[in-house]
Structures are given as C-alpha cells and as structure tokens.
Design a protein. Structure first.
Length: 202
C-alpha cells in the first residue's frame, strides 16, 4: 500500500516522490498508448481518471487506484509489456485501462553462455515491469491524482513472486527496495491482482 486515509473527503498526506536518477517518467509515458478494455483510446490518462471519478462518485463511494505491469518475452532480445491502471470503486467493482507496448528491446550482456544470457534477459525484462509501474505512479503523483478526495488508497502491484522456486523471485528484494527508495510501497504475488490482469492482456 502506498498510502491510505480514513474516508473520502479527508485530506491525505500525499506520498513523496523521489526523482529517479537517469530515468525520465515522461519519456516512458509518451511511449504508452492507453485504452479501455473495449479498445477506445485514452489521450490524457490523468484527466480521464479525474473525469471518471467525478462521474461515478457519490457520498458513499470511495476509490482505490492500483498500477500493475507484466511482460512476455518475444525472443531475440524483445518483449511485450502491458501496464494497467485499475480504478476500483471499493465494494462496487473496478474499471480498468491499460497500455500495451509491443516489441520493446531488452538489453542483455554479450559474451555469456545461452543459459546465462537467458537469465540476464529475464532479469532486465522484470526490471522493465518495475520501472513502468513506478513511472506511471510518479506521473499520477505529479498530476496530483492522489489529492482527489474520493481516493482513499493506492497500490503498486508487481508480478514478482515471494517464493524462491519461481524465477521472478530473482529481483524481489531489490525491486521492493527500489520502489521504496522512490517513496512508494508495493504488493507482490499472490497479493497483486492488477499484475495478473496485465498478464491476461500481454
């Protein structure tokens, strides 16, 4: 959980975002093409969220925002990423929007055995998921989405597993540390359903 306050209409303390050295939030966002599940394109994500909450809010409605990301290897140093924003009307269902990035180049070191190269590529691909989730979160933070009265909770969901038997566990501790260094918190499997939704769309 990133932050939480008691009820809609209160004044939460917004999370503090520490700028990521060497990373550009807007460069990541500019490459994303957001859409609804039905395919309708969304040009301004922050304004879309504001409008959606304004249109669906009432005195008894509280919202939770969740950002998640997943990816799939396409081979030959490429991957497909899907990043999700879930607007959850607590107790009343969720509205989902997502951005799919096809054929993203994944860096891998040279001079490695095929097995070591595969593991290195997977590690870098997983980091790509973490960076995207944090970049989108930072964007929403900068757009002051967290200040909206009806939003009472915010989560980042990562497609990483707590169990060491799974390969996504290889960056678990470092990824959680990285997210926290940006001023945020995150959930991982099995408590990250937004990442699972992303997996269904990847």
């Amino acid at each position: 959980m990133l932050w939480e306050h008691e009820a809609a209409g209160s004044n939460p303390v917004a999370p503090t975002h520490k700028l990521m050295q060497g990373r550009s939030t807007m460069s990541t966002l500019n490459k994303m093409r957001w859409q609804k599940v039905g395919g309708e394109r969304i040009d301004n994500v922050a304004q879309y969220i504001r409008d959606y909450i304004d249109q669906h809010a009432d005195l008894t409605t509280a919202f939770q925002l969740i950002v998640g990301c997943d990816s799939k290897s396409l081979g030959h140093n490429y991957a497909r990423y899907v990043t999700v924003i879930c607007i959850y009307r607590i107790g009343r269902g969720a509205h989902l929007i997502f951005a799919r990035e096809n054929k993203v180049h994944v860096y891998s070191k040279g001079g490695m055995t095929p097995k070591a190269r595969e593991q290195n590529m997977m590690k870098n691909r997983l980091w790509g998921e973490v960076y995207r989730a944090v970049d989108v979160t930072a964007y929403l933070d900068q757009e002051e989405i967290f200040y909206l009265d009806n939003i009472v909770k915010f989560d980042i969901h990562l497609d990483l597993n707590k169990k060491e038997m799974f390969r996504s566990n290889m960056i678990l501790d470092d990824a959680i540390g990285f997210v926290r260094a940006q001023g945020y918190e995150c959930e991982v499997k099995p408590d990250s359903p937004a990442a699972s939704f992303a997996a269904d769309r990847v």
